[in-house]
Ligand binder design. Sequence first.
Ligand code: FAD
Ligand code: DHB
Length: 389
Amino acid sequence: MRTQVVIVGGGPSGLLLGQLLHKAGIDTVVLEHKSRAYVLGRIRAGVLERGLVGLMGEAGVDARMKAQGFVHDGTLIAYDGDMFRVDFSKHTDATVVVYGQTELTRDLYEAREAMGGDTRFEVDNVVIHDADTLAPYVTFEQDGATTRIDCDFVAGCDGFHGVSRKTIPDSVRTDYEKVYPFGWLGVLSETPPVNDELIYANSDRGFALCSMRNAQLSRYYIQCANGDSPDNWSDDAFWDELRRRIPDAAAQTLVTGPSIEKSIAPLRSFVTEPMRWGRLFLCGDAAHIVPPTGAKGLNTAASDVHYLNQGLRQFYADGDSHGIDTYSQKALARVWKTQRFSWWFSNLMHHYPDQTDFDKKMQLAELALLRDSAEAQAAMALNYVGLPY
Ligand code: FAD
Ligand code: DHB
C-alpha cells in the first residue's frame, strides 16, 4: 500500500501531526506499538503552552480543552519558608492551560477516528527503509503478517525508545545528554488540588510540585533518589513527605486520599542532531528529552510538529522544499532554548546529593533574585508560557 506520510508512533506528537496534515488534505498512516488503551493509560504532562493550545485549535480538536482546561496566569514558587508568585500576564501577553496529556491524546484519537484516519495499533518490528532516498518505505508486523507502506516522508514520532532516531546512522548523528542524580515520584489522587495555581517548592528535603488535572484530581510530585521504586512508598509515606516539603499553610490544608497512580520518572536532558535525515523527520521525544521541571516535554514536541506541519504543507501545496529543508535547524533552535530553561529550573529547584553549602547559597540567591526582580520574573514567565514559534 501507499500513503503520503507514515507517522511512526501514536503519542501526542504523531496524532497532532496527523490531524494537522489531514486539515491540509495530506494522507497519513499512524503506526503505534502499543494498544490505544495503553497509550491512554499513561499519566504524563499537565501544562499546555499557548503554542500547543493554538495548534489544538488549528487541528479542530480544542472543544473539550476549552471547556474543561484551567487557564493559569501565574505560578507559585516556594523556598526557605517563603513563597512568591510569578505573574505571567504582567510580563507576557499569554497564559498556560492545565489540561492533561491523557485528555489531549484522547481528543486526538477521537478526532482521528471521526475522520476515518488509518491507525494501526500493536504493531511490531517497525523498520524504516531507504529514508535517505526519494522513495522511502516502512515495514511492520501485525498479527503475524508483514505489511509494507510506500510513502513520500516518514515522521519519527515514536518517543525516546523508538526506532526512528536509531535509523539515522551514528556517523550522521550527534547525541547530547545529561542525566540528573534524582527522579520524580508522582502521585495522582482524586482529591481537590491544594491550591488553585501550581506550587513549585525548593526544600532542604528535596523538590516538590503541587499540580492538578481538574477540580477533583490532583497531581503531586516529590524528588526521589535514582533507583528508588514506587513500591517503597506507601500513600501515607508520600503524603507525609510532601507535607514536609511545601509551605506550612499548604501542608495544613492538603487533602489526601488513595493514590490512583504512582510512578517514578527519571530526569534527563537529551538532544539529538540533526532532526532530519533524508526523508525521515524526528519529532518530540524521539529527538529530545527535558527534565520535567517547567513542563516542557509535551510542549516542545508540539513546536516540532508545528515546524514539520508547515514544511510538509508548503511542499505539497507548491513543491517548495524550503520548509522541510530548514526543519531541523528551526526546530533545534527552539529545542535548545527550551533545554536551557528546563535545565535552569531543575538546577534551581532540586537538592543535589553532592550539593555544598556554597551551592545551596547560590540557589537561595537566585531564588531571591527571581522573587525581587521584575526582569528575572519576566524571563521566567516568557519561557514558562512558551517561546514563540
Ligand atoms: P511519546 O508520548 O513517547 O509517544 C511515542 C509513541 O510511540 C508511544 O505511544 C509509543 O508507544 C510509540 N512507539 C514507541 N516505539 C515505537 C515503535 N518502534 N513503533 C511504533 N510505535 C512506537 N512532560 C511534561 O511536560 N510534564 C510531565 O509531567 C511529564 N511526565 C512524564 C512522565 C514520563 C514517565 C515520561 C516518559 C514523559 C513525561 N513527560 C512529561 C514528557 C511528555 O510526556 C513527552 O514529552 C510527550 O509524551 C512526548 O510526546 P511524543 O508523542 O513525542 O512521545
Ligand atoms: C506537571 C508536570 C510538570 O513537570 C510541571 O512542571 C508542571 C505540571 C504536571 O504533571 O501536572
